[in-house]
Design a protein around this ligand. Structure first.
Ligand code: SF4
Length: 232
């Protein structure tokens, strides 16, 4: 497999614009879905770590059904919370993490709400979220993007894979570094659509195993493309 060096900033911006253009022509221009509360967005994003959207949505619904108020989640036995979110996987890790976050917010803010984030700049809101246990850059960026409509670009596992294969970052760049490097390259107002379209393309075509290069709309600009549709 070809290993791409890191492109300079101008080359990366051009590359992003071209890829965004092609993806938009194919998948359209997705809009922001109606947001949950910011706290709901944070908890659902934590549930989505290392699992599918279907599993995490099911876990979120079950958590809300069994514990209609966030105070109830914070006060519950950890095993009861773990049981409610079982379908999201890693329930014995995620349950205490969610409870620790809720208690920290309650202690620090005096109530279970993240409304104060709406008054913060992107970087201040990111820093605040990153100080919570188990919250990394992707989770924090998802809260800003999907919860507040901020123009930030979370890098999940699909986007990380596509950024490396498409040569937008070098092959050995971590997901966290990829998020940092991509932040300055996304055209204003395009973070949401580019994020969603890259994930769509990653699920449908540029899959982790056996990517379908032979039918890929990005093949002409992809340094990892293979004529026979396979990659190593
Ligand atoms: S050409 Fe292949 S490796 Fe490149 S983006 Fe398309 S599917 Fe992925």
């Amino acid at each position: 497999m070809k290993r791409s060096p890191r492109p300079d900033a101008a080359t990366l911006r051009t590359c992003v614009r071209r890829i965004d253009f092609v993806l938009r022509k194919t998948y359209g221009d997705p809009k922001l879905a109606p947001a949950r509360s910011l706290l709901g967005q944070l908890i659902e994003t934590i549930l989505s770590q290392n699992t599918t959207d279907t599993n995490s949505s099911r876990a979120f619904r079950e958590l809300r059904r069994r514990f209609p108020r966030w105070d109830d989640v914070a006060a519950a036995r950890p095993s009861a919370v773990a049981q409610a979110i079982w379908s999201a996987g890693l329930a014995n890790t995620k349950a205490p993490r969610i409870q620790a976050i809720l208690r920290r917010i309650q202690t620090e803010r005096g109530r279970l709400s993240l409304a104060h984030l709406r008054k913060m700049s992107n970087s201040a809101a990111m820093d605040w979220l990153l100080s919570l246990p188990g919250v990394g850059p992707k989770t924090a960026a998802c809260v800003l993007l999907f919860g507040m409509g901020r123009d930030v670009f979370p890098v999940d596992t699909h986007i990380h894979r596509l950024c490396r294969r498409l040569g937008m970052v070098s092959h050995f760049t971590s997901a966290e570094k990829t998020q940092e490097q991509m932040a300055g390259a996304i055209p204003k107002g395009r973070a949401l659509a580019f994020h969603i379209n890259l994930i769509r393309h990653g699920r449908l075509i540029c899959r982790a195993q056996r990517p379908r290069c032979a039918v890929c709309i990005l093949a002409a600009m992809c340094p990892s493309a293979r004529d026979d549709g396979s990659r190593d």
